[in-house]
Design a protein around this ligand. Structure first.
Ligand code: G3I
Length: 351
């Protein structure tokens, strides 16, 4: 049975005057009704990925986070390489802090991620392991982390980015050392550790109809046929205005996943504007259109249960460091002013 998730009523519901932040005496206008209230009324979660440095050091960041979102994804704090610097030694300090914050503000936690080819501990990548040893390492990791937060982390990205763009399985320590069955094993172990958690396969460039999304579809279909507890597919949706997504294809893909009996979540959305055409204002409008259209598809679908952005404000985005150029891909600018993309989401959630 599919676990149920409730986007709890939160204590900002009655805050009809908009967000008031007293930083240097400045007030920041957002919607009179925050995103999370509107999303909750529409029956979906709305979230963002959280960076530790901003979380610890910036009160304004924490305020916008709690006010606008009801889902929180630790951007890096739950990755294997962050949790375990030495074998059998774990530090949950950052993850604990985020989860306590989420609970205080009635936010759901989206756990990211249990099995990935990146961000692994050095003790693991530098070691030489037999298949049995690798299986034991992965099983112990999943069991330790999922059990610790049993009942507190509602959703897990169990396996992240296991498929290449051409549809083949991605080379990784797990594929090489264990074989393709590591994917099914991971879902079984996660389910055993928390039978109530919603378990996702999460990937990028897999929302339109292409070789990769076909491979994701076939993977999910096979896992379901084998009785493996997989409940949802995560579409990361790292997009850009230069190549807007094909919304008909996204709808068709959403429908076929829905027909398999799995949910879809938008797990890491951002929309780069760096290489797009037009003035800055036009680029922000094009960006808003993409956010709006993806949210519309999510709301129209029976199976889309959450919409999560990969970072809160533009200066938190991973993109500049990764691509080597500036960008402004998120809902808020670096002064936490809501952008046209924010207004577009408010607008579409209101309708
Ligand atoms: O915190 C250190 C800092 O102390 C140091 O000075 C700096 C020097 O490089 O590195 C900082 O850590 C970086 C960290 O991001 C903090 O932002 C790491 O090097 C860097 O590897 C890490 O990158 C993260 C990346 O995943 C790899 O784990 C990004 O933040 C994060 O946004 C990105 O997220 C991924 C998702 O997990 C999966 N989907 C794609 C998405 C974007 O790549």
């Amino acid at each position: 049975m599919m676990p149920t998730r409730v986007y709890e009523k939160h204590n900002f519901e009655s805050s009809l005057s908009g967000l008031k932040i007293s930083s240097c005496g400045k007030q920041i206008p957002t919607s009179p009704v925050p995103l999370r209230s509107l999303a909750q009324r529409r029956g979906i979660g709305i979230g963002t990925a959280v960076k530790m440095q901003a979380f610890y050091s910036d009160a304004q960041y924490r305020k916008v986070l709690a006010h606008e979102f009801n889902v929180l994804t630790p951007e890096n704090a739950l990755k294997f390489g962050r949790l375990s610097l030495k074998r059998d030694r774990y530090s949950f300090k950052d993850a604990d802090a985020l989860i306590a914050f989420a609970e205080k503000h009635q936010m759901q936690v989206h756990g990211h991620t249990l099995v990935w080819y990146r961000n692994l501990p050095e003790w693991l990548t530098q070691g030489r392991w037999s298949r049995a040893e690798l299986i034991a390492i992965l099983q112990q990791h999943i069991d330790k982390v999922v059990s610790r937060y049993r009942g507190r982390i509602a959703v897990w990205d169990v396996v992240n980015e296991a498929i290449e763009n051409d549809g083949s399985l991605r080379d990784s320590i797990w594929l090489r050392g264990i074989g393709p069955e590591y994917i099914a094993m991971a879902f079984r172990w996660a389910h055993k550790a928390d039978p109530q958690a919603l378990l996702l396969y999460n990937d990028y460039r897999s929302e339109e109809m292409n070789r990769k999304s076909e491979a994701v579809y076939q993977l999910v279909r096979t896992l379901k046929q084998q009785g493996i507890p997989i409940h949802a597919v995560g579409w990361q949706m790292h997009k850009g205005i230069k190549e807007p997504p094909d919304f008909q294809q996204i709808k068709a893909n959403m429908q076929r996943l829905n027909n398999l009996g799995v949910e879809v979540q938008i797990t890491e959305m951002d929309v780069g504007i760096y290489s797009g055409q037009g003035t800055y204002t036009e680029k922000l409008a094009a960006q808003a259109d993409i956010y709006r259209d993806v949210m519309t598809i999510c709301l129209e679908s029976e199976s889309c249960s959450a919409f999560i952005t990969w970072g809160l404000a533009d200066h938190h985005s991973w993109r500049p460091a990764f691509f080597g150029h500036p960008d402004a891909p998120l809902l808020f600018d670096k002064r936490y002013q809501p952008k046209p993309a924010y207004e577009a989401l408010i607008d579409v959630l209101h309708k």
